[in-house]
Each structure stands twice: as structure tokens, then as C-alpha cells.
Write a protein that binds this ligand. Structure first.
Ligand SMILES: [Fe+2]
Length: 289
């Protein structure tokens, strides 16, 4: 058949992909075509609307570079990242829950316990301590803990390299024999995802705010354990119930404790208000893939 109409085009495209190189490729291609065609049948776009849709995706790609990943923002704000995460990381016992990776990870510089990763950013001094253990009970000694977060204005280092002069507010730590680690930094803040691109325009058109509640990102790996990508959110943040990327989970909310001036932290008498966060991370050592 050479001529296709609204009722025959979908099956014709699917049939053309029957010789895909792998069964998985055929399955993905077929589902993409069936769902995409169903979407078009439902919205019945005018040519101008379809052109605008292609223009939106084109602009999304053109906004991407080494520091900016607009497609991750699109996936995040449409809830796809959380859906993929939920499919791949079902809740399992007391294993720490995962959440979205986000667009701001870059491999961090290594630091020692007690070091300050926030010397180049502004914010209240913050002491972060934690320990990593396996679901089976043992400490995850030697676990690699990557951490990254915004400054007090809600910006990541990669968004303001001219100001920070390099990577800041991020670091890599190696958990000690007890699985413990601690470091100093500056308190982050709730922040809006970047709104100067097509995703920002989409949120505005949909009547949505662009904010994420205050959080610190963690990526933790250890031999024999499933890698963990998660956040620890600040208890009480006003955006916990409306995170623009749908990343919040109750188990990941912790108090960011405020301490008065004069308190002693890690043997250091603090000359101003400071903040602490402590959290235990549990890695899945039953399911590694
Ligand atoms: Fe973040």
C-alpha cells in the first residue's frame, strides 16, 4: 500500500519496523509510534501548532551545552525522570529511597573528612555528617560519597563559574571504616530551575512555579551495592509539596538544624549562627544491577 490515511498510517509505520535489529528496538520503536500517533489523534494539531511543537523541541536541544541540559529539565518537569526512577528503584526494606539526578552533577574534587567545600560560596556555615551502611547491616566502609548543592542564593557553581572561579559546593568523600563522613559547607537554599529557556516558557504557559525545595544531592557507591542517587531535603521548606520536578519523598526530609553563635561544632567555637544536618544512608546490597 502506498496511500495512508488517519486510520491506516499507524499500522503501516509499525509494520515497516518489523525487521529492527533487536527485539527491544522493535518494541521501543513500535510503542513510540503508537503513543505518538495517539497523542496527535487526541490533540488534532493545526499545522501551526505542530510547527510550534517542533520549534519547542528544537529550542530545547539548542539550549543544551556542556553546562546546561535542557532535556533533563524537560524530563524532570514532566515527571518522566521520577517515573523512570520509580520503575528502576522500587522501595525495598529500609534502603534509602532514590530521587532524580538533576542537571547539575559534574564529577567533584576529592576532599578529606572535616574539609570545607564551601569556601567559594556564600551562606551560613553548615556541618553535614552521615554514615553509609548496607541493608544487610554492615558499615559500607570505603563508600564513595559525592555531594553537590546550591549556594544561599540558589545557584550551583556551574551556573556562575565567573563568580566561584571553579567548582564549589561539591566534593567527593571516602567513608571511613565505620562508613562515616563529615564535611563543612554553606547552607543551600530553595531555588527555581533555570527559566530562561523553553522549559521555563512551558512552565509559565502551564501556570506552574519553577521552584525546588532546599536540598543537598548525594550520589553514593560502594562495592557490591546498588549505586544510590538521592537528595536530603530541608524539613519545613514551603515547596516540599509542590517540587517542580516531583522529587520529594517523605523519607528524604530531614531537619536542617539551626544552632546559635557560641556553640561548639567539631571542636570549633562558632562565631555566628550555623546549621547542621545528619543522615544515615542505607545501600541495597541484595540487588546490584
Ligand atoms: Fe539540586
Amino acid at each position: 500500500m502506498r496511500e495512508f490515511d488517519e486510520s491506516s498510517i499507524t499500522d503501516a509505520v509499525v509494520a515497516r519496523m518489523a525487521g529492527s535489529r533487536s527485539e527491544r528496538t522493535r518494541q521501543i520503536s513500535e510503542a513510540l509510534v503508537r503513543h505518538l500517533h495517539a497523542f496527535v489523534r487526541e490533540i488534532r494539531p493545526s499545522p501551526a501548532e505542530w510547527e510550534a511543537g517542533i520549534g519547542f523541541l528544537t529550542a530545547t536541544g539548542q539550549k543544551c551545552d556542556d553546562q546546561r541540559q535542557e532535556f533533563i529539565l524537560l524530563s524532570d518537569t514532566l515527571g518522566v525522570s521520577t517515573l523512570v526512577d520509580a520503575i528502576n528503584n522500587p522501595v525495598s526494606g529500609d534502603v534509602t529511597e532514590t530521587t532524580v539526578f538533576g542537571p547539575f552533577y559534574v564529577p567533584p574534587p576529592e576532599f578529606g573528612h572535616g574539609d570545607d567545600i564551601g569556601t567559594a560560596i556564600e551562606g551560613l556555615p553548615m556541618l553535614v555528617s552521615g554514615r553509609v551502611r548496607k541493608a544487610s547491616g554492615a558499615a559500607a566502609s570505603g563508600a564513595i560519597v559525592d555531594v553537590w548543592h546550591s549556594d544561599e542564593a540558589g545557584f550551583y557553581d556551574v551556573q556562575q563559574m565567573d563568580k566561584t572561579g571553579g567548582l564549589a559546593g561539591r566534593g567527593r568523600f571516602t567513608a571511613d571504616a565505620d562508613g562515616a563522613f563529615h564535611f563543612w559547607t554553606r547552607r543551600p537554599a530553595a531555588y527555581p530551575i533555570p527559566t530562561d529557556g523553553p522549559v521555563g516558557a512551558m512552565l509559565a504557559a502551564q501556570g506552574r512555579h519553577p521552584w525546588r525545595p532546599e536540598h543537598i544531592h548525594f550520589k553514593i557507591t560502594a562495592p557490591g551495592c546498588r549505586p544510590l542517587v538521592t537528595h536530603v531535603f530541608a524539613q519545613g521548606d514551603v515547596y516540599l509539596d509542590s517540587d517542580v520536578v516531583f522529587g520529594v519523598k517523605e523519607s528524604l526530609i530531614q531537619p536542617y538544624v539551626i544552632h546559635p553563635s557560641g556553640d561548639v561544632a567539631q571542636g570549633r567555637t562558632m562565631s555566628g549562627t550555623w546549621v547542621s544536618l545528619d543522615h544515615t544512608f542505607v545501600l541495597d546490597d541484595q540487588r546490584q544491577a
